[in-house]
Design a protein around this ligand. Structure first.
Ligand code: CAA
Length: 387
């Protein structure tokens, strides 16, 4: 099997607003270092009421479509746990907004934060069978927890779009991976709720034990060892969690690396997440983009590992190899600009956004706060409207 398949283009989007963890800490009367140091978060992207997973996804995909013939897209796999409809897939709304071809398949994938990785694996397999296919894998989520719950400090939002093709220009996905499923209640969102329920401490334990299980399966499947991997990307619900994951793996393999050497293999993947927050299914790939945009040395032919964790739980560990010349197709400037151009929210406005985003129940003509080209306008007769 000599045909390479993987990520040809990748781009992310986040919202136009953020809440600083300093503002959050002050309001809650908590030492800000709990967030800066203990959890490892400085800011979280907050979606205004007229931003949802569809508008975020459109913002993520658009620059990719400007570089290819959109009529060639054969499928869209849309991973999310912020579902906007119990039946219709979010990708179909996107299909219209982005003028995608009618000869194109659309499917929504769900398993908590894991579905983006599932989509990437499935798209890769489909292109291996039908090399002419060009598939968009999108992961988009808005992380929202109850006010004053432990999870409130780990909100955020974002979308990542990846174009999966043969002879990819950024990353070849390698065959063989380790995967793991167990029925646990660490984090879930019943159909009647638009915030997640979480058993926070327990979720961090299940995350780490899942990492160990997938690592064992991965090494059995591929024969690879820790030293074969140059950089490590983990699912990042908050950056300290990725740190803990890396420490757990170092310990499991009895790594002799000193702290600086070990950190260098994973810290570049945490830079964006630290100021965006959790974006659930997108978060692992925001981490990958952070690595691509922030490692100054050339990454040509470097092997990158990916650990995806979806509470509930399903996890997977797999690798890919960076393709020479990848730097010429990165959209780093767009990522940096989006992050830098966000407007800071004061606490009352954050609360206002928080409650106005409970739009699901009522018809609303939403105020225009989303500054992007794509916007969720509100609901009329139970039908969602976008421009
Ligand atoms: N200075 C420095 N550090 C401080 C501090 C201070 N002033 N105050 C507290 N800390 C440290 C604590 O010692 C602690 O460190 P350790 O984890 O190393 O022990 C850390 O800050 C966090 O403090 P607490 O444990 O007291 O925090 P908490 O209980 O309020 O919340 C949490 C932590 C449970 C992770 C919570 O943020 C949460 O529920 N988050 C949502 C769930 C989540 O993200 N789980 C991750 C795994 S599941 C997953 O990955 C899927 C997903 O996306 C949700």
């Amino acid at each position: 099997d000599i045909m390479k398949v993987g990520i040809d283009l990748i781009h992310f989007a986040t919202s136009d607003y953020f809440l600083g963890m300093d503002t959050f800490a002050q309001e809650k009367g908590i030492d800000v270092n709990k967030y800066y140091v203990g959890i490892g978060q400085e800011k979280m992207s907050i979606a205004p009421p007229d931003e949802d997973i569809v508008s975020l996804a459109a913002k993520a995909v658009e620059p990719i479509l400007q570089q290819i013939d959109r009529a060639q897209i054969t499928a869209v796999m849309f991973a999310t746990e912020t579902g906007i409809d119990q039946s219709k897939s979010a990708g179909v709304f996107l299909h219209k907004l982005l003028n995608l071809p009618s000869r194109c398949r659309m499917i929504e994938l769900k398993h908590a934060c894991y579905a983006g990785a599932a989509g990437l694996q499935m798209a890769t397999a489909l292109v291996k069978v039908n090399p002419q296919e060009k598939i968009l894998v999108i992961a988009a989520d808005i992380a929202k927890y109850d006010q004053d719950s432990s999870g409130e400090a780990t909100q955020g939002c974002g979308a990542v779009a990846m174009l999966i093709t043969q002879n990819p220009r950024i990353l070849e996905i390698e065959p063989g991976s380790g995967y793991f499923t167990d029925d646990v209640m660490d984090f879930w969102r019943p159909n009647h709720r638009n915030t997640a329920l979480v058993d926070g401490k327990y979720s961090t334990k299940v995350y780490l034990s899942s990492l160990k299980h997938t690592w064992e399966h991965f090494t059995e499947q591929t024969g690879r060892v820790f030293e074969d991997i140059d950089y490590f990307c983990y699912h990042i619900p908050f950056t300290k969690m990725a740190d803990k994951a890396h420490q757990t793996l170092l310990k499991k393999v009895n790594s002799q690396l000193d702290k600086a050497q070990a950190d260098a293999k994973t810290l570049p993947s945490q830079i964006y997440n630290r100021i965006i927050g959790n974006s659930y299914s997108a978060s692992l790939f925001v981490g990958f983009i952070s690595l691509l945009d922030n490692v100054k040395d050339r990454l040509d032919n470097k092997r990158i590992s990916f650990f995806s964790y979806g509470s509930g739980c399903v996890a997977e560990f797999f690798t890919g190899v960076i393709q020479p010349g990848y730097q010429t197709v990165l959209m780093s400037e767009s990522h940096r600009q989006q992050i830098a151009q966000r407007t800071e929210l004061d606490y009352p406005t954050y609360i206002d956004f928080y409650y106005k985003t409970d739009y699901a129940q009522s018809d609303l003509a939403l105020p225009q706060l989303n500054k992007g080209r794509f916007r969720f306008c509100g609901i009329e007769q139970d039908k969602r409207l976008y421009t």
